[in-house]
Design a protein around this ligand. Structure first.
Ligand code: PMV
Length: 315
């Protein structure tokens, strides 16, 4: 029988704290019920990648994994990627790829399975792609559930699982695929930060306050705010960071007008779409009717999905 391993990891949304998280402020993330799976299989025809993802990344990944496992893995295997996560719209598809690929290779070469080890390599792969990521995407994809995440320094990233009590129904609406990459959006905010440090620092501090309010809502503390209000507050601050396109802003204003609240989730985009947006309305029917009328893809998402896991193994 051909030796093969299949490992999958979930995509994610950011409930609060994107961009600020790159500068050491906290973020709250949730894994979602859309997964990406990597299957690694023995082959004599050399490394073959059946996916839209870059073969160069896979080669870089192998190099990193060889360093950690101290084993020469070579390229005599075939990699197949199957994904339910849309690419390039803030749902963490690149992180899920990095996590699943690392996990599958660990299993394939009999390296001890450790989420910590997988997450560390996946972070290196994310850096290769997005230059200065916070590491939140790979961490949620590895561990799953709901996470409070904070990057203290390059070496120390602190996170804590949130014991979630209740969460209102959240819908995802596609505002269109951004023209820009995550790396480009992070670089734009960095540029803004270097020209107006005090102003941007103030925005980040306000984002942190919103993230803490979101924590109150998730843990059902007394006097917690409503989700539509929190989304509105967070979105306004993200717009001040200039990462939301005029067309997405117009769409979010319409959602607010029908009594809901919405925010982008992830890096955003300014030329055309800004990726998926998170939307909430006390009466979900109103939101669904609105999306249908506007011909917008809209679907409910299940949050708190399991992190990286082995799906199949024939060794
Ligand atoms: O990859 P995205 O679009 O989900 O964005 C990741 C979140 C950022 O805060 C914008 C970047 C980061 O590395 O934390």
């Amino acid at each position: 029988m051909t030796k093969s391993v299949k490992v999958s990891a979930p995509g994610k949304i950011i409930l609060s704290g994107e961009h600020a998280v790159v500068y050491g402020y906290p973020a709250i993330l949730a894994a979602v019920n859309r997964r990406l799976a990597v299957e690694v299989e023995e082959s004599r025809s050399g490394l073959k990648i059946v996916s839209r993802e870059s073969p160069n990344l896979a080669r870089y990944a192998l190099k990193k994994i060889e360093e950690v496992t101290r084993r020469k893995i070579g390229d005599e295997f075939r990699i197949k990627v199957v994904s339910q996560i849309p690419v390039g719209c803030g749902m963490g598809s690149s992180a899920a790829l990095a996590v699943s690929f690392t996990g599958a290779t660990f299993k394939f070469v009999n390296h001890p399975w450790s989420k910590k080890g997988i997450n560390e390599i996946a972070y290196e792969l994310e850096k290769k792609q997005h230059l200065t990521p916070s590491g939140c995407d790979n961490t949620i994809s590895t561990y799953g559930g709901f996470l409070w995440f904070r990057k203290e320094t390059e070496e120390l990233k602190v996170f804590s699982h949130l014991p979630l009590k209740a969460l209102p129904k959240i819908f995802l609406i596609d505002s269109g695929k951004p023209k820009e990459t995550t790396g480009e959006m992070v670089a734009m905010v960095r540029q803004l930060y270097s020209t107006h440090p005090r102003k941007i620092e103030r925005i980040f501090r306000k984002i942190e306050k919103t993230t803490k309010k979101m924590l109150g809502l998730l843990l059902l503390t007394k006097r917690h705010p409503k989700l539509d209000q929190l989304f509105k507050e967070n979105e306004k601050l993200l717009e001040e960071l200039k990462i939301v396109s005029p067309q997405t802003q117009a769409l979010i204003r319409k959602i607010e007008k029908i009594g809901g609240g919405a925010k982008i989730s992830g890096a955003g985009g300014i030329k055309e779409g800004s990726g998926i947006i998170l939307a909430y309305h006390q009466n979900p029917e109103v939101l669904l009717n609105f999306a249908q009328k506007e011909k917008l893809p809209c679907f409910e998402i299940k949050l708190g999905e399991e992190g990286v896991r082995v799906e199949k193994e024939t060794l």
